[in-house]
Design a protein around this ligand. Structure first.
Ligand code: SF4
Length: 502
């Protein structure tokens, strides 16, 4: 978590501030700095966490209650930075660089530039210092050591340990740029007490076979599965999420660590009843996330819904996947497909071009096309949500284009006048269902998008595909319109599952 701001008077040595916690950074240094209390993303995992008491104090000091999604303890909602760059804590006064609720700022901020976090293996709570703080980078090691010792002692006392046990989200996830100073033994014992011991492994390319075998054995992903029933679908997002897997009651459970906590990206995979692995997985997430609403299971297919509701879980629909008959997309025959067929014909008439297999040597040209395509979309006027998706997508495309072979992807490009002007990639969900995972086409070339899509589907059909899955529409009306243009044969329901809140 993060941030201080700004002590009342300059001092060079550590000194006590509210609640006997030492503050090491002098106010003059804080006022010169532009790190704390500002955040690049609206949902930054570093935005400060307020306990229930701290929320009451901050509201009494003038912050609006609506800034806190839950009165029982939560991270505060950030607001746009008036400078136009990123976001700030709403308590931050950007004209004076001071905290408007300084006297009652939360523990999270009082600790900074020290930070509480889990070690890399998530087994031990540690105290560290954040290398993002310029003052700490220049501070003498004896000063840092002295302050760290005082902070560690303060944290390991009964009241602080009890607070951390009540609000485990005050303990952040491991960060590479936080230097670990010491283990917090009492805090670790207390927050780990009574917890299940779940051994997790980081998901790597070597786990593809394991995941695919588990998917193949899962009743809910037979027939025409959701696009999420593939290794590549998840792995390409590893720049945004840390994936972990665990074996629970003979099922493979795949989790993702997001800025807000841990959630499951698929139901427990494997043969047999879901009740036990589900219970263990939700318990594990609860232990890691506290009562955060991040605890959930995503990409649950229709086949599991009745069973999950019978177990007492809450099951809510989200955007469905679009499923097409491969023959429809390959032929584009009849009145219903007149427009996409005309677009393909126009491209062939005006530009020519053929679909060629993607080769790793095409990677740089494809990445540069992605940037052009993104700018074209921005110029066409995409909203904030669409823009955020595009920003996220850049990393996914880079991974797919770099590790396509290891991920089991099939890729293709289209050259126009010798230059790559479109690329696409997909994955087989089973021998009869092919999923188109990504597609980029120069928007200034009329008909190129429909052409690359049709040719890619033709290729899949020739290799045995009966069905083409093009994933969901992310709630974007323009994407939904584009997907409906091709007349889906079915929309595959997709659900999010949570525990009922007591
Ligand atoms: S509460 Fe105050 S110190 Fe903490 S992030 Fe907000 S402005 Fe900064």
């Amino acid at each position: 978590m993060t941030s201080p701001l700004v002590p009342a008077s300059p001092m060079i040595s550590p000194r006590p501030v509210g609640h006997s916690l030492l503050q090491i950074v002098p106010s003059a240094a804080c006022l010169r700095c532009d790190v704390c209390c500002r955040f690049p993303e609206k949902d930054s995992f570093l935005r400060p966490f307020f306990t229930a008491d701290e929320i009451q104090g901050a509201v009494a000091a003038g912050l609006a209650p609506e800034l806190f999604p839950s009165p029982d303890g939560t991270q505060i909602n950030l607001v746009p930075n008036p400078s136009g760059e990123g976001y700030i804590c709403p308590a931050f006064d950007s004209t004076t660089s001071q905290c408007r609720v300084y006297d009652v700022r939360p523990l999270d901020c009082r600790l900074y530039p020290f930070a509480l976090m889990w070690d890399r293996a998530h087994t031990q709570v540690v105290l560290g210092w954040d290398t993002k703080c310029p003052y700490m980078r220049d501070a003498s090691s004896s000063l840092v050591e002295q302050a760290a010792e005082a902070v560690a002692q303060w944290i390991e006392q009964d009241n602080s340990v009890a607070t951390l046990a009540q609000y485990p989200r005050l303990i952040g996830r491991f960060q590479d740029d936080v230097i670990v100073l010491r283990a917090l033994v009492r805090v670790t014992e207390r927050v780990q007490a009574g917890k299940s011991s779940v051994h997790t492994e980081a998901l790597g390319l070597q786990d593809r076979g394991r995941l695919e075998a588990a998917l193949a054995a899962s009743a809910g992903y037979q027939g025409t599965p959701l696009a999420a029933a593939s290794f590549a679908y998840h792995y390409v997002w590893r720049h945004r999420l840390t994936y972990l897997w665990a074996e629970l009651h003979g099922h493979l459970c795949l989790f993702a660590e997001s800025p807000d906590g841990l959630f499951m990206v698929l139901p427990p995979l494997g043969e047999g009843p879901l009740a036990q692995p589900l219970e263990a997985a939700f318990r594990f997430m609860r232990e890691r996330n506290g009562d955060s609403s991040v605890t959930r299971m995503e990409n649950v297919p229709e086949a599991y819904v009745a069973e999950l509701r019978a177990f007492g879980y809450e099951v809510i629909g989200k955007e469905p996947d679009y499923l097409y008959a491969a023959a429809d997309l390959a032929d584009l025959a009849g009145e219903a497909y007149r427009s996409p067929r005309a677009a393909c014909n126009r491209f062939m008439r005006e530009q020519g071009g053929v679909l060629e297999p993607y080769d790793l040597r095409d990677r740089t040209a494809c990445l540069s096309l992605f940037q052009e395509w993104r700018e074209q979309k921005q110029r066409a006027g995409s909203d904030d949500w669409a823009e955020a998706l595009l920003e996220d997508a850049a990393g996914a495309h880079e991974t797919a284009l770099s590790a396509g072979f290891e991920l089991g992807l099939t890729g293709a490009v289209v050259r126009v006048a010798g230059r790559i002007r479109a690329y696409t990639m997909g994955v087989w969900l089973n021998p009869s269902v092919f999923c188109v995972l990504l597609e980029v086409a120069d928007r200034d070339i009329v008909g190129l998008g429909p052409f690359v899509f049709r040719e890619f589907c033709r290729q899949a059909r020739a290799k045995g595909a009966c069905w083409i899955n093009t994933m969901d529409d992310s709630g974007l009306p323009s994407l939904a319109r584009a997907k409906h243009w091709y007349h889906p044969a079915r929309l595959l329901p997709n659900y999010v599952v949570t525990e009922f809140r007591r």
